[in-house]
Design a protein around this ligand. Structure first.
Ligand code: SAM
Length: 293
């Protein structure tokens, strides 16, 4: 395949010192991201590999992807692998992305959980698995605060685990800063209640309020790990737009692990396009929403 013909590619953006990956080099990386991240790369991802990593190779003064592969394996602490993960993961996210899930949360999930909180003193435990830059986790926290009220939420009434394998997006999630454009989909009333003016006034940056941030624990965590360092069972897991990128067999394995971490009658919410997966032990509801039976 001639990489020069790919859309968006031009001689101007090509860094001459880095050679395009050969088929053999691509194969090395295809296998690496499959075993380490579960990603299901076809040959069309050769361009992605090149475009997302050429600057890194240039920075390291490496001219071929074979050199880079060797470099990754020489590093004992795995820090170059993390660079690779940050470069190749797709991290698009947004507030109220796939809005129907938040409508479902408010209409079906939160009313029932509220009743259980009041009746059985249930403590809510949610997980945003593959949280990217944090919008999903903050969105869950905002909706829960709005629906349940601060009284029920405070003192450990709600804790949200937000995990991702990409450290760059996690760093940005931890800051909780978003531009005016990024919070465009947040209703004005929610903006007023849950955001304060951020440090960077130039781009109208807004910061999530501290008490909303406090109930969220952002954690660096690869879902491919053999054991999950999580003792909690969750009433709700959002794992949207992550499994889509994985090899079908790995996807099934990870789905089983997620189900293991669901509480009895817990909910699993996948991305809206992720509807055809084989999810054992769960009953399907609408919008890629499942419930443990
Ligand atoms: C497309 S984003 C989805 C963000 C959010 N869930 C949403 O739907 O808006 C997918 C996220 O999954 C993360 N991810 C991919 N593979 C992962 C893995 N093996 N372990 C943990 N996170 C992973 C990526 O780093 C990325 O931030």
């Amino acid at each position: 395949m001639n990489l020069h013909t790919k859309p968006g590619f031009s001689h101007r953006t090509k860094l001459e010192s880095v050679r395009e990956p050969t088929d053999e080099e691509f194969e090395l990386f295809r296998k690496l991201v499959l075993t380490k991240l579960g990603l299901n790369w076809g040959s069309e991802k050769k361009y992605l590999l090149y475009s997302r990593l050429q600057k890194r190779l240039q920075h390291l003064k490496l001219s071929t992807f074979q050199n880079y592969f060797n470099y990754i394996h020489k590093e004992k602490n795995g820090s170059e692998l993390q660079h690779l993960y940050n470069a190749v993961t797709t991290t698009k996210s947004g507030f109220y992305r796939e809005k129907q899930h938040f409508e479902f949360l408010r209409r079906e999930i939160l009313p029932e959980l509220k009743e259980r909180m009041l009746r059985n003193r249930l403590k809510l435990r949610f997980w945003s698995a593959g949280c990217a830059s944090g919008e999903e986790a903050f969105n869950l926290a905002m909706e829960a605060h709005d629906f349940l009220g601060t009284g029920l939420i405070s003192n450990g009434g709600l804790r949200i685990l937000a995990s991702d394998v990409n450290t760059e997006v996690l760093d940005s999630a931890l800051k909780g800063n978003y531009t005016a454009e990024q919070i465009n989909n947040v209703p004005d009333e929610m903006k007023k209640r849950f955001f304060v003016s951020g440090a960077n006034q130039q781009n109208d940056e807004q910061t999530i309020r501290t008490d909303i941030r406090k109930c969220i624990e952002f954690r660096h965590f690869n879902l491919m790990a053999s054991e999950y360092p999580i003792a909690t069972k969750f009433q709700l897991i959002f794992c949207r737009n992550l499994l889509y990128y994985l090899h079908p067999e790995i996807r099934e394995l990870l789905l089983k692990k997620l189900v293991d971490h669901l509480d009895e009658k817990g909910w699993l919410v996948l991305g809206v396009t992720e509807s055809g997966y084989n999810v054992e032990g769960l009953q399907k509801h609408s919008f890629s929403t499942y419930r443990k039976i």
